[in-house]
Design a protein around this ligand. Sequence first.
Ligand code: ADP
Ligand code: MG
Length: 506
Amino acid sequence: MADATDKADKEKDKFSDRADLTDTQDSSKNEAMEVLNAQWHKVRSRLRAELGEATFNSWFKLLEVAGTQKGRVILHVPTRFVRSWIEAHYLTRIRDHWKSEDASIRRIDIELKPEWVPADKKPEVREQKAVPPRRAVQPAAPRAPMPEMPEATGRDDLGAPLDPRFTFENFIVGKSNELAHAAAHRLAEGNGVAFNPLFLYGGVGLGKTHLMHAIAWEIRRRAPERTVLYLSAEKFMYQFIRALRFKDTVAFKQQFREVDVLMIDDIQFIAGKDSTQEEFFHTFNALTDHNRQVIVSADRSPTDLEGIEERIRSRLGWGLVADIHPTDYELRLGILQAKAESLSRRTDGSTDATRIPQPVLEFLAQRIITNIRELEGALNRVIAYSSFVGRPITLEMAQDVLRDLLRASDRRVTIDEIQRRVAEYFNVKMGDMLSARRARSVARPRQIAMYLSKQLTTRSLPEIGRKFGGRDHTTVIHAVRKIEQLRDEDPALDEDVDLLRRMLEN
Ligand code: ADP
Ligand code: MG
């Protein structure tokens, strides 16, 4: 009897043991996935912070964790193009970030997600199939000239002239402009409409116009029968207003709709100009509906284009959004060296003014970090001075000549930039930086932005307060203290702040 009970108990134990075991297996599997997802979340935030919102959205938004196996993480992507781009450019970065989360991870594998079509893209794909593309295969077959449109002169009048220096050969590629360059190059090679539109954005003087002209030159060279139209948004507006005035809008529309490639530079200019926006939108749709390429540049991302209608902003983000980041030292030095070389080639390097010692180039690359236009300006100034006073170029002389310029470039991080970066990093709206909302999810990023403004700029507390929606300076003091305290207590937050600081200072 005792035996029987014993046995029954043992059975029960065994059974419940086993039940426990399956439970543990299941839940440990779930937990493993949870851990993996949490790690992915962190890796993603780092990538977003490092690469900026637009790049991040272009490549990583659709990436998913599929699982892990013996030190290898498997990620799924929707298309081959995305896979090969990520593999070529971001694999080590992803792996390194993952390793710092979990030292046992040694490999990241990117695989195609089977049969994957984003739900919101399905109708679009169908539509594209229904309308036969005008030019499915590139290069295009030569086509009949269009009688309505006068040859080159008419087009040049409509568009703007191209700068002969702005070619791909003269464009130096570095980490900060690699994606924009690759996308531009790919369009210029003309293997079909890979992404439409191409949206290039970045701060002033970082090479947006240069890249657009380079695309135009290259297409003219490879496929002269294709019509490429380049113009600034300002000129687009001017042409449009003129057409309205002369009641000539039909011809206006016609001209724009007949090009193969339309490039509009500095689209932010049409912010707040409602009828121009409207016209641009129609032109844009007409062109993309017929598989013609549209390329647009701006000083900020589509989502940040205030004063431009939501439907246009969203449409602008449909293709490939490529941002050009601020330059790094290597790129700046590369550009200076190329420029110095071409100068000495042109003048055979016999005069002192065209022989630029390496330390001078290094000095410039180190100190002129605002943008490439200023970098070129500084070099030109040194050369001009040297030839003017007949003195050879030396480091000392360059320092002398550029004194005021250098002082100006020391004050480079602005509060706006800090707000933008912080908002981007924490995925809150730029408007929330200035709003009165007190929810922790926006209040904390706002405090971090105030803290960084105090650390990285020379602005006073009241000035900072004003920049954050007219707050009092005591609010700023409170934010600074709070973040100082949290940096001691919360390592994750400390890391966030540190990362942001490094990004802003770079
Ligand atoms: P943006 O249109 O972005 O304001 P630009 O295209 O006008 O800037 O570039 C400013 C200057 O810097 C131009 O003279 C351009 O040739 C030069 N530049 C920009 N990026 C590069 C690059 N990667 N390599 C060489 N020159 C560059
Ligand atoms: Mg420009």
